[in-house]
Design a protein around this ligand. Structure first.
Ligand code: ADP
Ligand code: MG
Length: 338
């Protein structure tokens, strides 16, 4: 009989002899530290052994999403400035901006996110604490404050910075109207910033085609358009494409649509795959091969002030955004419509 459970107590009113014996047996199996010292040998763990269990696989996926163990992705020769735009709300602009930016930063690129939406969702998702008198992108656009003074490091992710938005920005659409060079305020701010210190700037646009979005398109080289794999996904897209063309012909000849990202893909529905096929049919190689699936973890992450890349790096959403970011980093810049 094992000595860990004092068996004289097992005769008490509530504990039967069988229960006590069972308990003895359990303690004997669980506590290997004393009596079983001689019989028990811990298995030797060799570093080179690759465990292939579901948990080990998940851990490996999470590590690679977080950029451990690779040499980093290629860095562009000069800073790529990308606007993430679609005048439809809720299609995944902010989610795409934040998670692609985080992925690029985790794989060795230096990335700045500019939150150009008065809702400030990208700022929240990147853990920017905001107080009532915080300086934000509004002060850069309307009051000529230097961008450098506004960029703040994102907690927990090296090489990632964010210029936050505050609700002041809601008034900017109107205040900008009376300012000189109102369409190129953001471009001017970037020119004053030494963008050679950065590899990517991602601009999260508001759900409209107003002056804020025009500022983004004048300031960037590439437009990335997230498309939600739902009915009506392509509605309004024509107008967005025409706006890009207008800005290109009048204000920014170097502008191109470089990337479409299919978001919130639900593989169980035929509709999602039809939308994906249709978008690929129209835009060919501009559409990233990676489909971003609908995932609860993606939608939960912002409420913890995090990207899904740090919130749950092993989740399907994080892996998809990492793959999407990798495609962006590796493929040569493509251009739409020409
Ligand atoms: P937008 O910036 O275009 O308005 P968001 O990125 O804010 O769109 O996304 C709209 C909503 O959909 C948010 O609540 C977001 O958390 C959710 N969402 C976005 N992408 C996914 C996804 N892949 N899976 C689940 N929810 C998502
Ligand atoms: Mg948004």
């Amino acid at each position: 009989m094992n000595s860990f459970v004092p068996h004289n107590q097992s005769d008490g009113p509530h504990v039967s002899r069988e229960t006590a014996q069972w308990a003895d047996h359990q303690s004997a199996t669980l506590d290997v530290s004393r009596e079983t010292e001689v019989d028990f040998m811990a298995p030797q763990v060799h570093a080179e052994v690759e465990f292939d269990t579901p948990i080990a696989r998940a851990a490996r996926v999470a590590m690679s999403v977080r950029g451990h163990g690779d040499d980093g992705w290629p860095r562009p020769e000069r800073c790529r400035i990308m606007s993430v735009a679609n005048q439809k709300g809720g299609v995944g602009k902010t989610t795409t901006t934040v998670n692609i930016a985080a992925s690029l930063a985790m794989h060795g690129n230096r990335v700045l996110v500019v939150d150009l939406d008065p809702q400030g969702n990208a700022s929240t998702a990147l853990g920017m604490e905001r107080g009532a008198d915080d300086r934000s992108i509004y002060h850069c656009l309307v009051e000529d404050e230097e961008m450098r003074n506004l960029a703040r490091p994102v907690p927990d992710i090296d090489n990632l910075w964010c210029v936050p938005a505050t609700i002041d920005l809601a008034g900017a659409e109107i205040e900008l109207v009376s300012l000189v060079a109102r369409e190129s305020r953001l471009k001017r701010a970037f020119s004053a910033y030494d963008t050679s210190e950065l590899d990517y700037i991602l601009i999260d646009c508001p759900p409209s085609l107003g002056l804020l979005t025009v500022n983004a398109m004048v300031a960037c080289d590439e437009v990335m358009i997230p498309i939600q794999c739902e009915y009506y996904a392509l509605e309004g897209l024509g107008q967005l494409l025409r706006n890009v063309e207008l800005v290109k012909s009048h204000l920014n000849p170097g502008l191109d649509i470089s990337t479409f990202v299919l978001t919130m893909y639900d593989g169980r529905t035929r509709l999602a795959s039809q939308v994906a096929d249709e978008v690929r049919g129209h835009f060919g190689d501009l559409v990233l091969k990676t489909l971003v699936p609908r995932s609860v973890r993606v939608s939960e992450a912002p409420s913890y002030g995090q990207s899904v890349m740090t919130y749950d790096p092993g989740s399907t959403g994080a892996v998809a955004y990492m793959e999407a970011a990798k495609e962006i980093a590796y493929r040569a810049r493509a251009s739409a419509g020409n």
